[in-house]
Design a protein around this ligand. Structure first.
Ligand code: ZN
Length: 196
């Protein structure tokens, strides 16, 4: 599974029973609240490949879905349904096919939210399940999960080869990126992937 934030995730509120952040009463938290490990990494990404079931904002306060603000739900190829909530904006539409890692929106605080974070909820047969084992993070506040080591390795290789430029805080294709450069990039990448 691809992490919902490229830089990694930190848990701000775990899945399960917790005091409601607004009322203090004990309630069930159907998802896990996440923020990116690197400040400014606001792009929310699909965890698994699938198709977009809903991409919307419900404003009717009688509909509890309004608590999610701007949200995207994906029917994953693994049969689970993934909800990405409180988004500032959405980048996909109902019916779209998405690949793992594809941007689906921008982290925000729309709906019933005490601050900027991603409410990440996973349902199996309609029932919310603990998402923490799926993304490999502990279900406790402050727990962190970094992206796999090959992310950094691949990025460093592309910088060494002059394909990408930048630092750990952000990489870009060396500009201007012509069609020819893109073909060279893809060819080198293809050769590299064949070696591994
Ligand atoms: Zn939440």
């Amino acid at each position: 599974m691809t992490l919902p934030f490229e830089s990694g995730v930190r848990v701000t509120s775990p899945f399960g029973m917790r005091p409601d952040p607004f009322t203090g009463a004990s309630s069930v938290h159907g998802g896990i609240d996440l923020v990116p490990l690197r400040e400014g990494d606001l792009t929310v990404r699909a965890a698994v490949p699938g198709s977009v079931v809903q991409s919307r904002m419900v404003t009717d306060p009688m509909n509890r879905t309004s608590e999610w603000g701007n949200y995207v739900s994906l029917f994953g190829d693994d049969g689970r349904v993934y909800y990405y909530c409180h988004l500032a904006s959405r980048a996909v539409s109902q019916g779209d096919r998405v690949e793992a890692g594809q941007p689906i929106g921008i982290e925000g605080r729309t709906g019933r939210s005490t601050g900027v974070h991603l409410h990440f909820e996973v349902r199996q047969d309609g029932v919310p399940v603990d998402p923490s084992p799926l993304i490999g993070v502990e279900n406790v506040p402050g727990a962190e999960k970094s992206p796999p080591a090959w992310y950094d390795e691949a990025a460093r290789w592309a910088v060494r080869e002059g394909i990408l430029r930048g630092t750990d805080d952000g990489l870009a294709l060396d500009e201007p990126c012509t069609r020819g450069m893109m073909v060279v990039f893809l060819h080198r990448l293809w050769k590299k992937l064949r070696q591994t």
